[in-house]
Unconditional design. Sequence first.
Length: 95
Amino acid sequence: MMICIVASHGGHLRELDMLGKAFDGNEVVLLTYEHPTTHFVNSRGWQVMKVPLIEIKWSRLSILQAAFNMFSATIGALELLRKHKPKAVITTGSE
């Protein structure tokens, strides 16, 4: 069964890692973003898809950039769902 797990770095991702054995025997794709603390999941054998990290600074230009980044991340997530057709999506949260 294909399972999609979604989490930001840090504690949310660590919680999913602690549930790792529950996913054994299934195909797992992780949706997260590039951060030094997300590299450990490669040892689990999960397929990892990373979206851009969206940082918002409060100026008109940066808000437009953040909106574009969120749109791009949403398209990427929808593409993941279309391509992999997971039977379950599990998350422990995100920032």
